[in-house]
Design a protein around this ligand. Structure first.
Ligand SMILES: Cc1ncc(COP(=O)(O)O)c(C=O)c1O
Length: 340
């Protein structure tokens, strides 16, 4: 099976497993795991923030940040297709009791003017607008990268209204490698940033939330409350340190493979795709006259796994465990389904 469902399907390499076995560990609930501490500090420094917190998942990272930044009844502004609203099981309502105000973006990107307009005016009967939460790269928009200037303007607009700003940077690594913009240039715009190690970077588990010492101290408490306090977690953090050394620059290969896939798909008669819009490792395409679930099933029978992402929309994601020749093979396997 050539598995293009997600960049989370990768299996840790022998080198990564060896680093995990050899990790120096301690009880992290007591703050005594040297490998977790090293990973947190390394990522905080890469992202230009004071400190960081190792957390089991991207979802928990985002939800801890939103919990820290809001009180029940407060409002969070975000783009309508964002992960925190659509794929985190309604956690904002369940865990923070916050309202969300979703705005329609252009390929995941919002303008400063949209944000300005969405901020409540302060009448006591309104929710209080408190947070702007953005996503880079934007998953559902197809791995799109925010133009740096637009993101700077959006955050500036939010700041002018006293909002706290969070970035879901699950794939910020991809944005940085593809655009050449340093991680810290994006990340230092925000109060908190979550980054995932278990996606393009290929670790089995883990995300890191960065921010100021004060914010991360609050996050630490909520991590425990949400059940994310772990013990000899250095075994997992070691995979993260290994990934930072070995798996960041190579994301450029995933991006090239995504473009290769998009180009091949664009030649198939039933596929609707603009291959020029593929910026990172996610490829979204529509299939004319086809039900996405049925098409995905038929491709899977032929040995290629995608995910349905809408009635006619399918997502393919490239990653560490697929090569350029796997992409060519996948294209020839699905061609009879997508050209029929
Ligand atoms: C943009 C984005 N944010 C957050 C997450 C959540 O990560 P996790 O699956 O580790 O909870 C994902 C997962 O795919 C994602 O794509």
């Amino acid at each position: 099976m050539i598995d293009l469902r997600s960049d989370t399907v990768t299996k840790p390499t022998v080198g990564m497993r060896r680093a995990m076995v050899e990790a120096n560990v301690g009880d992290d609930v007591f703050g005594e795991d040297p490998t977790a501490l090293a990973l947190q500090e390394r990522i905080a420094s890469l992202l230009g923030h004071e400190t960081g917190l190792f957390v089991p998942s991207g979802t928990m990272c985002n939800q801890i940040a939103l919990k820290v930044h809001t009180e029940p009844g407060d409002e969070i502004i975000c783009e309508e297709d964002c992960h925190i609203v659509n794929y985190e099981t309604g956690a904002i309502g369940a865990l923070s009791g916050a309202n969300v105000r979703t705005l329609r973006g252009t390929r995941g990107v919002l303008s400063a003017a949209q944000i300005e307009e969405a901020v409540r005016k302060g009448y006591y009967w309104e929710p209080r607008t408190r947070v702007l939460s953005l996503e880079n790269t934007h998953n559902k928009a197809g791995g799109t990268i925010w133009p740096l200037e637009t993101m700077t303007g959006a955050v500036q607009a939010a700041r002018e209204h006293g909002l706290t700003c969070h970035l879901d940077g699950a794939r910020l690594w991809n944005a940085s490698v593809a655009s050449g913009v340093a991680l810290r240039t994006w990340a230092s715009l925000f109060d908190t940033v979550s980054v995932c190690l278990s996606k393009g970077l290929g670790t089995p588990v883990g995300s890191v939330l960065v921010g100021s010492r004060d914010v991360i101290a609050k996050a630490h408490r909520f991590r425990k409350m949400f059940g994310g306090g772990m013990r000899q977690v250095g075994i997992l953090a070691a995979a993260g340190l290994y990934a930072l050394d070995h798996n960041v620059e190579r994301l450029a290969d995933d991006h090239a493979n995504a473009r290769r896939l998009a180009k091949g798909l664009s030649a198939m008669s039933r596929v609707r795709i603009n291959a020029d819009t593929v910026q990172t490792n996610i490829v979204m395409f529509d299939v004319e006259g086809g039900d996405a679930i049925d098409i995905v099933d038929r491709c899977r029978e032929r040995g290629v796994a995608f995910v349905p992402f809408g009635p006619h929309t399918i997502r393919a994601t490239t990653h560490l465990d697929v090569s350029a020749s796997d992409i060519d093979e996948a294209l020839s396997l699905v061609e009879p389904v997508l050209s029929a």
